[in-house]
Design a protein around this ligand. Structure first.
Ligand code: NAD
Ligand code: TYD
Length: 352
């Protein structure tokens, strides 16, 4: 069986659901259930004996040791993290706690567990760390996309904390021989993404007739990948990646934010021809330290592991919008008091 951390969040829950479609191998899913974790994401596998959920923290060494002893996983996939740049600007502490200290504590316990496996199990064990392209910093418009050799130059508390965790994972391989793999992926979108991130926020606000807040000039570029493509890439790296290696994952799909927002408005208009959405677009104060451009060169994973994205942006964004249209109660359920407080904090005051 495998252990997944953060499997009630956006990418983790998509990974768990996608895994169980393709495999009969069981999953233990450890998640703290922060504001971003949602058991409703896993409702369709309720009662499936191949999935066991445990609420807890990756930094809880006793709990992790108990899970490893009980379930003896052959692999661990670490999705658990604080993941939102704007929240890391308002309050970096949780990012340091989970992304740095939490990953460190997890690695320490895993090192002990791995050290006691027999030779064959030791050789076959994998610790796959899920990371982000944001560790590489920001690109100028004419610069080549990030390869695995690009220098680390994180600019936000979020990316600095992820960079730190990547370094720890690397060090546990070089120093202790732990069989690790690291993936650095570009921006994901798709079902179950919490509506604080760009794409779901724009869909949800547009449906509610609320402003669509564009930071700065809206010309910042991200490289968008449909979440199931990311999940399949992780499966491929787990299956065939070379221990100690890093794999960049991306969609070959760079787009300025304003283009994404216009696309969403246009697609919503197809569903609701009598409504208009473009007039909701509102330019607001920029994010401090806002990275201008991310772009992934995903040629290594294509060349070595024969992975490339299956969805185009057009097919992925259409599926995503359909999903949000068909899951209105999921949206309402996540719009708790805490969500409203966050929206107030991030978008009112100096930004409005
Ligand atoms: P998310 O915020 O939606 O989910 C994170 C999950 O981790 C939540 O379920 C949360 O409850 C859980 N969690 C947080 N702290 C925890 C802790 N201390 N112990 C156990 N569980 C904890 O994030 P996501 O967008 O699904 O991202 C998952 C991973 O992928 C993260 O490591 C992130 O850095 C990385 N990543 C995300 C993107 C993206 O576009 N979303 C792109 C590249 C990489
Ligand atoms: P986000 O989804 O937060 O991902 P990241 O910052 O990790 O790339 O934001 C994606 C882009 O969209 C980023 O350039 C910031 C911008 N953005 C807005 O313009 N308005 C918003 O309300 C949000 C949440 C993001």
């Amino acid at each position: 069986m495998i252990l997944v951390t953060g499997g009630a969040g956006f990418i983790g829950s998509n990974f768990v659901l996608n895994w169980l479609v393709q495999s009969d191998e069981s999953i233990v899913n450890l998640d703290k259930l922060t504001y971003a974790g949602n058991l409703k994401n896993l409702a369709s596998i309720q009662g499936d004996s191949r999935h066991q959920f445990v609420q807890g923290d990756i930094g809880d060494a006793h709990l992790i040791a108990r899970i490893l002893k009980q379930h003896q996983p052959r692999a661990i996939i670490n999705f658990a993290a604080e993941s939102h740049v704007d929240r890391s600007i308002h309050g970096p502490e949780d990012f340091i706690q989970t992304n740095i200290l939490g990953t460190f504590r997890l690695l320490e316990v895993v090192r002990g567990y791995w050290g006691e496996l027999d030779a064959a199990e030791k050789r076959d064990f994998r610790f796959l760390h899920v990371s982000t392209d944001e560790v590489y910093g920001s690109l100028a418009r004419e610069e080549a996309a990030f390869t695995e050799q690009h220098r680390y130059q994180p600019n936000s508390p979020y990316s600095a904390s992820k960079a730190s965790s990547d370094h720890l994972v690397r060090a546990y391989h070089h120093t202790y021989g732990l069989p690790v793999l690291t993936t650095n992926c570009s921006n994901n979108y798709g079902p179950f993404q919490f509506p604080e991130k760009l794409i779901p926020l724009m869909i949800v606000n547009a449906l509610e007739g609320k402003p669509l807040p564009v930071y700065g000039d809206g010309q910042q570029i991200r490289d968008w990948l449909y979440v199931i493509d990311h999940c399949n890439a992780i499966c491929r790296v787990l299956e065939a990646g070379t221990v100690g290696e890093v794999y960049n994952i991306g969609g070959w799909n760079e787009k300025p934010n304003i283009e994404i927002i216009h696309k969403i408005c246009g697609l919503l208009q197809e569903t609701y021809p009598d409504s208009s959405f473009q007039h909701l677009i509102t330019y607001v104060t920029d994010r401090p330290g806002h990275d201008r451009r991310y772009a992934i060169d995903a040629s290594k994973i294509e060349r070595e592991l024969n992975w490339k994205p299956a969805d185009t942006f057009d097919s992925g964004i259409r599926k995503t919008i359909q999903w949000y249209l068909q899951h209105r109660s999921w949206i309402t359920d996540v719009q708790t008091g805490a969500y409203r407080e966050w929206m107030e904090k991030n978008y009112a005051g100096e930004r409005s």
